[in-house]
Ligand binder design. Sequence first.
Ligand SMILES: NC(=O)c1ccc[n+]([C@@H]2O[C@H](COP(=O)([O-])OP(=O)(O)OC[C@H]3O[C@@H](n4cnc5c(N)ncnc54)[C@H](O)[C@@H]3O)[C@@H](O)[C@H]2O)c1
Length: 258
Amino acid sequence: MDLRLTDKVVVVTGAASGIGQATARLLTEEGAVVVGVDRDPVDAGLGARGTAVQADLTDPAAPARVIAAVLEQHGRIDALVNNAGGLQARSSFLDITDEQWLATFDLNFHAARRMSRAAVPAMLGGGSLVHVGSDSARLPEIGNMDYAAAKLSLLALSTSLATEFSPRGIRSNVVIPGPTRTPLYDRPGGFGDQAAELWSTDRESAITRMVTEIRPLLTGRIGQPDDVAQVVAYLVSPLSRQVTAAEWDVDGGALRQI
Ligand SMILES: NC(=O)c1ccc[n+]([C@@H]2O[C@H](COP(=O)([O-])OP(=O)(O)OC[C@H]3O[C@@H](n4cnc5c(N)ncnc54)[C@H](O)[C@@H]3O)[C@@H](O)[C@H]2O)c1
């Protein structure tokens, strides 16, 4: 299937790793010109025409600067994928400090909000916003309550953006990954190790517990970055022109809501 992405300029945040990197690579393979934004260097998946912008998106000034740089270099923006995000394992509501709550919202909500605000004026008349949420928004746990609240806010943001801007050509949708095997779990000191410490086990056992007990997955396998990237690419593509204000779960059936 031709996703009709040739020469489309797509900004992907969190493109240095995991789901963002897989998304950048797939969009590039489909002919898009991808701008990968990350606080780390984006050194793969952008092809010959793509560009990387290094920025900490929790800096309130960064999104406007990033979008200005994209417009200067490429002259247009057809889509924005708000994917950068992450979490720290928590042990109790009582132990989460104000600073931690604010940092979680800065990364998982305000970065996407500011990126959207900066990009929308350049997308009027035709564009797609795709926000990467989390199954945690609908299945909060003790270990992720600040992250769950921030990702739930992202759902409200996306629907509000869809309501205001779909009539002006910009669709807005959320992709909801369930447990997906990325460096978020696997990097040393990452969520896998943090969960292992909470549950007094090793990383591999913690991840197995996550997808069999905490989030039993009907598919019987943890997700891979490409599983999510393929849905993001469809929502970026004009083939999804009738899809807006929607949530697309890519979670192996973990949520199975009716
Ligand atoms: N992996 C999962 O199981 C899972 C499940 C549900 C939702 N998600 C969501 O998917 C998205 C991608 O996660 P992933 O698993 O690929 O994680 P990842 O850690 O592999 O990649 C996240 C990327 O975001 C970048 N990033 C983090 N903070 C940043 C900042 N302040 N400024 C700029 N870039 C920053 C990181 O450098 C990294 O490259 C996140 O929003 C995450 O919350 C992941």
